[in-house]
Design a protein. Structure first.
Length: 382
């Protein structure tokens, strides 16, 4: 009982002491805390002065987002466009037999010389050129040994295009061989020309040795003029022509030779001498002395009238050895000389002015007729 009373007394004392001490602490906190709170608020709201050593202790942590400052807005920067995708060019090169062409050179050429790409075909004739710029005109050229070159038309790739080029089949290259003969002199050229002329024959039998085809011909030397004239005068056809004329004279009894074999031989001899002198004087002697060309230069073009005029005018106009047109003294002189000489071996009853002019007219008419045949009938040898 006494012990319980003692414990109660101690507890009461202790409780009274705790309450008293707790009240003192509460009063002290109530008086001191407002003062410290006012001081802290003043430090927080007051601006810090430069050089104030206490400024670093006045920072207050602020919860939430910081206030936005009125900064000037930066304009939006444009984004660079992406470069266009590049394309590719492919194809297969074959020959006319559809066999692949190995090692062909493929050249892709742009609008400027520096824009050039090359490639080569593989064993299958295939090639590919990558990273080709779109929107630029290109063309492709292909070359290979033994084949003709090939070129494409101009084309332009679209971005990222995979173009299959349509390559024509390469053809075998045409080999052209040109043989140029350079004679030592113009005489060598003239000799070759005369050899060709001596093979020319109208209808395959009529000698056409004095006709030439082509504007640029070498002049004939005197030796060639005599050779060509003698070859014509002694040709079998020329002899046969004289025999026919002698037969016609035998039938018409002109000139006034006797009949029979003696008369035929006399007429044949007179006609042959007339023909021979006319050919040799008009085709060799006078052309050599006057430096004129005794040949007929084929025109072959133009109207029939112009060609006929050209053929007939050859009786009066010819070319000189210098290539210029000249009066044809050689042909006219040969006809006149032959007609004059004939008066010495024809019968005395025929030796008058009529015989002279008759023979001259016959020779000149024969010249004109033969030139017309050469222009319109006879053709150059092929």
């Amino acid at each position: 009982m006494l012990a319980a009373l003692l414990v109660k007394t101690v507890v009461d004392k202790a409780s009274h002491y705790k309450v008293t001490k707790l009240w003192h602490i509460s009063v002290t906190v109530m008086l001191v805390f407002p003062a410290f709170a006012s001081l802290a608020l003043a430090q927080t709201t007051a601006p810090s002065l430069a050089g104030d050593p206490t400024a670093k202790f006045s920072t207050q942590e602020v919860q939430g987002p910081l206030p936005r400052q009125n900064l000037p807005q930066q304009p939006n920067q444009p984004q660079s466009p992406l470069p266009p995708l590049r394309g590719s060019i492919v194809s297969t090169v074959t020959d006319v037999n559809d066999d692949p062409v190995l090692g062909a050179t493929v050249v892709l050429q742009g609008p400027i010389a520096s824009d050039r790409r090359t490639a080569a075909t593989n064993d299958n004739g295939f090639f590919e050129i990558r990273d080709v710029e779109p929107g630029i005109p290109y063309h492709v050229a292909i070359s290979a040994t033994g084949f003709a070159d090939w070129a494409s038309p101009v084309f332009i790739l679209d971005p990222g295009q995979y173009k299959i080029l349509d390559v024509s089949k390469l053809r075998i290259e045409e080999v052209q061989t040109t043989v140029t003969v350079s004679p030592e002199s113009s005489d060598e050229i003239a000799i070759q020309q005369v050899k060709i002329e001596e093979k020319q024959r109208g209808f395959g039998i009529i000698p056409n040795f004095f006709q030439v085809y082509g504007p640029n011909l070498a002049p004939l030397s005197a030796k060639l003029k005599f050779s060509l004239a003698f070859r014509f005068a002694t040709d079998p056809f020329s002899v046969a022509r004289v025999a026919i004329l002698a037969g016609i004279g035998q039938a018409t009894k002109t000139p006034n030779y006797v009949q029979g074999a003696k008369g035929f031989s006399e007429r044949f001899s007179a006609n042959y001498v007339n023909s021979f002198t006319q050919i040799m004087i008009g085709g060799a002697v006078l052309p050599s002395l006057l430096h004129q060309d005794p040949r007929y230069f084929y025109q072959g073009t133009g109207t029939k009238k112009s060609r006929a005029v050209h053929a007939i005018s050859n009786l009066f106009i010819t070319k000189g050895d210098n290539g210029h047109s000249q009066p044809n003294y050689s042909s006219l002189g040969g006809d006149l000389a032959s007609a004059a000489i004939s008066t010495f071996y024809y019968p005395e009853s025929n030796r008058d002015a009529g015989l002279f002019f008759q023979n001259f007219a016959v020779n000149s008419a024969a010249h004109v007729a033969f030139r017309l045949l050469e222009e319109f009938v006879f053709r150059p040898s092929r």
